[in-house]
Design a protein around this ligand. Structure first.
Ligand code: MN
Length: 211
């Protein structure tokens, strides 16, 4: 996965039908091949006129939006965020998934939420609470504490000094073909395909790196 201009849309590490029956093949294909592709194309189009920004990483672009030329702040925020959020979302899917996180993440979930079941309820509630388009996230905040947050549109948790462990895309394009307007059903299905191994790794990385 490349991290600088010119950004490319790497193939997913699984087939488009790999999340069946929880997330359907057409949704996965459209989501990766059309939606994510559009964010990548838009971001490349913006940056092609700004050579000085072409060696910036995705994370640098996202974290430094306020210092960008004013005319590209909003488009970079939307499109760099769209690339980051979607790459993260796709990387956190696996089928079959292990039913639970393990090790340090499992311990942190039990410490902060009481139990895995209560964590699931909190994350579901947060994902349902997003009005319109956005994401629910499991993150590590600046104090090193595991918590749940939400972002609107294509905003990321990075400018809030939060590092992501797991996200769920609740834009309607992530579920409308299969689940129609029933976001709660999509969230329940998504829990069947969470890549906990990746989340375990992301959690460990939160304490090892800074963007
Ligand atoms: Mn999406």
């Amino acid at each position: 996965m490349n991290q600088q201009y010119k950004f490319i849309n790497a193939p997913l590490p699984y087939a488009y039908d790999a999340m069946e029956p929880y997330i359907d093949e057409t949704t996965m294909w459209l989501h990766h091949n059309k939606h994510l592709q559009a964010y990548i194309d838009n971001l490349n189009d913006i940056l092609c006129k700004y050579p000085a920004l072409q060696n910036w990483t995705l994370e640098q672009l996202i974290l430094n939006v306020p210092s960008l030329p004013e005319e590209i702040r909003t488009p970079v925020r939307h499109n760099a965020g769209g690339v980051f959020n979607h790459r993260f979302y796709f990387s956190c899917l696996a089928n079959p998934a292990s039913p639970h996180p393990e090790g340090a993440l499992c311990e942190a979930i039990e410490k902060e939420f009481g139990s895995f079941k209560s964590f699931r309820d909190c994350l579901k509630e947060a994902a349902l609470s997003v009005f319109g388009s956005g994401y629910a996230w499991l993150v590590v905040n600046a104090a090193g504490k595991l918590c749940i947050t939400t972002t609107k549109n294509q905003d990321t948790p990075l400018p809030l000094n939060m590092l992501p462990v797991l996200n769920i895309d609740v834009w309607e394009h992530a579920y409308y073909l299969k689940h129609y307007n029933l976001r709660a059903d999509y969230i329940d299905d998504w829990f069947h395909v969470v890549n906990w191994k990746q989340a375990d790794k992301n959690y460990a990385d939160c304490f090892r790196m800074a963007y």
